[in-house]
Design a binder for this molecule. Structure first.
Ligand code: RIB
Ligand code: CA
Length: 316
């Protein structure tokens, strides 16, 4: 049986790989995609999602318009040097992708009700939209969600926006902390493991020749653009980390990642804004079971690359 997944994303190149991976994986049933600001402005993020759904012949999947900016109201910085002007590297979704039908954020509650007790929320963008659910509908808004799989944070390792903070937590730390506090069964996929989840240009070249999926033409140009940015930032890097694929793959491959249970908080203000915090002392003060989050700290890298290839090579 497939997992019902409501995905929250900001495509973005690694988000786009995550969306393609999810659409191709028979163990994942995407029931909606929230598309908000993040790597690109909200409008581009929606357009990219719509383009991927069109290519995959899955226009039946509802697109939910996400937030345009963080809860603080601060100005946002986008990352065209990493994700391209449109968010897909050099690719511009064709003009036929216009007047995309989107649902408003209340659709999230409708989906949660529809899949009560049988829904995973996977978040690979800023956490503004999920925090909004608690603000709009109260602390029990997402009670009927089975678990939350979240790409975000960096524990005892450098961040990728500041020395302290990872992008998804840094840009809306108030939202990230709200979700850590109010959501339950949180599985976190921080930079500790996603930075290692590297796909090499050789794998992409192979897939762009052999993949029978409708996404084949996108793979190489989108990846090459993203990889070039990583090569500039991390000299000597052998491939590009596809951060956002990790939580989806971990959901359907339970032995991919090893977790440490700890209560996680996120610094909301100040110099360490966006920093993810957990108590890793050998004998930390015991937190109640219900407030524990599961931090992914080890990943089977061979399995990551192998499963990625398997999914993109399948004839779907
Ligand atoms: O820090 C990695 C995260 O930030 C990923 O979700 C990626 O898409 C970027 O926005
Ligand atoms: Ca993302």
């Amino acid at each position: 049986m497939a997992y019902n997944v409501l995905l929250s994303a900001d495509p973005g190149i690694d988000d786009s790989f995550a969306i393609m991976y999810a659409l191709l994986n028979p163990k994942i049933n995407i029931v909606g995609i929230i598309s908000g600001y993040g790597n690109t402005p909200k409008e581009k993020s929606i357009k990219n999602t719509a383009y991927l759904l069109t290519l995959g012949n899955r226009e039946d999947i509802p697109i939910i318009a996400g937030a345009a900016g963080p809860l603080s109201g601060e100005l946002i910085q986008y990352y065209p040097e990493i994700h391209g002007k449109e968010g897909l590297g050099p690719i511009k979704p064709p003009d036929t992708i216009k007047n995309v039908h989107v649902h408003d954020i209340n659709k999230v509650i409708e989906i949660v009700k529809q899949y009560k007790g049988n829904l995973i929320i996977v978040s690979v963008g800023r956490l503004t939209e999920l925090a909004l659910m608690f603000i709009l509908y109260g602390n029990n808004a997402l009670r009927d969600v089975t678990a939350f799989y979240i790409m975000g944070g960096a524990f005892l390792v450098p961040g990728n926006i500041t020395a302290e903070a990872e992008a998804n937590f840094y840009v809306d730390p108030i939202a990230a902390n709200t979700v850590m506090e109010k959501a339950h069964n949180n599985y976190l996929f921080p930079l500790n493991i996603t930075n290692k989840a590297i796909i090499t240009p050789e794998i992409i070249t192979y897939l762009s020749e052999k993949s029978l999926t409708p996404f084949r033409p996108l793979l190489k140009p989108a990846f090459d653009y993203y990889f070039k940015a990583y090569q500039k930032n991390v000299p000597g890097i052998q491939g590009a980390p596809l951060h956002d694929v990790v939580p989806l793959m971990a959901l359907v491959n339970p032995d991919l990642v090893k977790y440490i249970p700890r209560r996680v908080r996120v610094e909301e203000f100040g110099n360490a804004k966006g920093k993810s915090i957990a108590d890793f002392r050998p004998k930390p003060d015991k937190d109640p079971q219900v407030s524990l989050d599961y931090i992914g700290m080890e990943i089977d890298l061979q399995k990551f690359a192998g499963n990625f290839m398997e999914i993109f090579l399948a004839n779907r």
